[in-house]
Design a protein around this ligand. Structure first.
Ligand code: SF4
Length: 246
């Protein structure tokens, strides 16, 4: 199973920071975006590079990856898993590898998300990693799912329906006015903070909210966008979710 660490990402949303890619086999079989056209990494240049990592034409094995992480500059913010998921095949997080990675990282701020299911073993591993300063956001498919995941005490990000995204024709003020009319809390009452890189010129390097190791008081929301936004938005429509408007 191969991993790659790109020294400086050219992804404008991330900003110029290191970004890693993990082989497709790390992706959970349970991910609802997988193979459905809804996974952003399955399209365009990212998908081509991802296939190279899969075939072993880019990056190296886990040991080499951990060494690359160890050598990142002190306090360097980076993105784990611009494509692919946490170490371990399919739904499982490999505890030994995850903790080795967390130790190698030595508390650098890292932006990491996982779609792996919240099994008892996976949650325990994520808490151990968090204790070592490597905080991973659990990815929720919709706001109901975000509320369900909240019980684990880890940070949560959530896919939002496409109406949360800024339209091309909208000024920032028009968008903010419209956003104000949309529900701002999950049904369980947790505040939803829309990722600023989805509607302003900021990037992850400037924002860093997803890299926080302390528990946030809000879930960070990513509006469905791009060519597959209809499929992703359908997933984000929580069944029976009466989003709170306040
Ligand atoms: S909330 Fe901030 S750190 Fe998270 S994805 Fe958006 S811009 Fe990046």
């Amino acid at each position: 199973m191969h991993y790659s660490l790109t020294k400086i990402s050219r992804n404008v949303k991330l900003g110029p920071m290191p970004a890693s890619t993990s082989a497709r086999s790390t992706c959970p079989t349970s991910c609802p975006l997988k193979g459905q056209g809804g996974c952003y990494a399955e399209h365009g240049p990212m998908s081509i590079f991802w296939s190279k990592v899969d075939r072993g034409e880019a990056g190296g094995d886990f040991d080499a990856f951990v060494k690359d992480v160890e050598q990142l500059p002190k306090r360097q913010m980076w993105r784990y898993g611009q494509a692919g998921d946490l170490p371990g095949g399919g739904d499982e997080i490999d505890r030994d590898q995850m903790l080795r990675l967390a130790k190698a990282n030595r508390g650098r701020p890292v932006i990491a998300f996982t779609h792996k299911p919240p099994t008892e073993a996976n949650i325990e591993t994520l808490k151990l990693a968090q204790g070592l300063g490597f905080s991973v956001n659990l990815s929720a498919n919709n706001v109901d799912h975000a509320d369900e995941l909240m019980i684990h005490g880890l940070n949560i990000v959530v896919i939002l329906p496409e109406e949360y995204s800024r339209r091309k024709s909208e000024t920032k003020t028009e968008y903010r006015t419209r956003l104000n009319e949309l529900p701002k809390h999950t049904p369980g009452g947790t505040r939803i903070a829309v990722c600023p890189a989805t509607f302003t010129d900021t990037n992850c390097l400037q924002c860093g909210a997803c890299a926080q190791s302390k528990t946030r008081g809000a879930v960070i929301g990513f509006p469905a966008h791009g060519t597959k936004k209809k499929q992703v938005s359908a997933l984000a429509q929580a069944p029976g979710a009466a989003l709170r408007g306040t």
